[in-house]
Design a protein around this ligand. Structure first.
Ligand code: IPM
Ligand code: MG
Length: 360
């Protein structure tokens, strides 16, 4: 099969981790006789430097014309002082909106090899951690009006959190359908004790539940959910939540599995063209040192094969190769336990090479 992939290497560690993911994709292409054609796209800080715009229209068009987009990470201190609507992150938000990828899927799963990298007590980890956060990605406070104005001699800022019934229902359906294919438990997370948008969220979820009798729906307030994720993560199968709550909870969920560096994500809309990225940021403090963990991005590439290209065997191969590499004891710094342990500390490119050896 031939697939055109828009590649956004991004800022900070982005180019290093994406480089490894492309090598892994190349190994898969050779093994299965596929052709992956990469088209480089600038977005984020790199695009600000080149064009003065974090996502120039022609860059978005290139992404929209591709079969899917693979992204490293964007942002960094260099662009901290640019105005809000020109920040690197704004490029990412405009890309998500432009691709209409409203559904973001972030798995939190403990790798057996990394159980001791989790900051949770073994008694909690042993009960199992395997859940997915389905995060609404193109609405809510991220996309409401943002403004800062002067009122009575002081600055006043406003960010609007707005959701329509149809926006809630379309992500709700993804939540129910995801749960239906798994352990059939859906937890809808909101703040309905305070926010109108959350009360509407809850109402829409309960209405939808009538269409999915096989799925058990529960509600949880977001503050309680943040607590339950560290208290007993084994209770969760699928969490569905709005944009900002999903952003926050997915960082928390990733950490309990050992490292944010391990977690991929997929973002899809109504078609097959998706956006695939690790959930971590551009980590400017370790950029250019070849020490970043490329596994989140490599697993994001596997998700792309599974969800956008209908290549489940190829995706399994990548995930199994990652697992085998961990079995063999290779660890980047973020997943390396302290002390003498018989494991091999390795950098970003070495980790990529070892994973490729296990693609077979
Ligand atoms: C994420 C990131 C982004 C977000 C930032 C970089 C805009 O934190 O993908 O979780 O908040 O969505
Ligand atoms: Mg985030």
């Amino acid at each position: 099969m031939e697939k055109k992939i828009a590649v956004i290497r991004g800022d900070g560690i982005g180019p290093e981790i994406v480089g490894q993911a492309l090598k892994v994709l190349d190994a898969v292409a050779v093994k299965y006789g596929h052709r992956f054609i990469y088209e480089d796209v600038l977005m984020g800080g790199a695009a600000i430097d080149a064009y003065g715009d974090p996502l120039p229209p022609e860059m978005l068009s290139k992404c929209r014309r591709s079969d899917s987009v693979l992204l490293g990470a964007v942002g960094g201190p260099k662009w901290n002082d640019v105005p809000g609507d020109k920040r690197p992150e704004k490029g990412l938000l405009r890309l998500r909106a432009g691709l209409e990828v409203f559904s973001n899927n972030r798995p939190a799963k403990i790798w057996k090899q990394l159980a001791n990298a989790s900051p949770l007590k073994p008694a909690i980890v042993e009960k199992g951690i395997d859940f997915i956060i389905v995060r609404e990605l193109t609405g809510g406070i991220y996309f409401g009006e943002h403004k800062t104005e002067s009122v009575n001699g002081e600055q006043v800022s406003t960010d609007i959190l707005k959701y329509s019934e149809s926006e809630i229902a379309r992500i709700g359906r993804i939540g129910f359908e995801t749960a239906a294919k798994r352990r059939k438990k859906l937890c809808s997370v909101e703040k309905s004790n305070v926010l109108d948008s959350s009360r509407l969220w809850k109402k829409v979820m309960h209405k939808l539940a009538e269409e999915y009798p096989e799925v058990e729906l529960s509600d949880m307030l977001v503050d309680n959910c943040a607590m339950q994720i560290v208290k007993d993560p084994s209770q969760f199968d699928v969490i569905v939540t709005e944009n900002m709550f999903g952003d926050i909870l997915s960082d928390e969920a990733s950490m309990i599995t050992g490292s944010i560096g391990m977690i991929p994500s997929s973002s899809l809309g109504s078609g097959t063209c998706g956006l695939y990225e690790p959930i971590h940021g551009s980590a400017p403090d370790i950029a250019g040192q070849d020490i970043a963990n490329p596994i989140g991005t490599i697993l994001a590439a596997a998700m792309m094969l599974r969800f956008s290209f209908d290549m489940p065997k190829e995706a399994d191969d990548i995930e199994n190769a990652v697992s085998k590499t961990l079995d063999l004891g290779f660890r980047t710094g973020d997943i390396m336990p302290k002390g003498e342990n018989g494991l091999t500390l390795c950098g970003c490119s070495k980790m990529g090479e070892e994973i490729i050896k296990n693609i077979g």
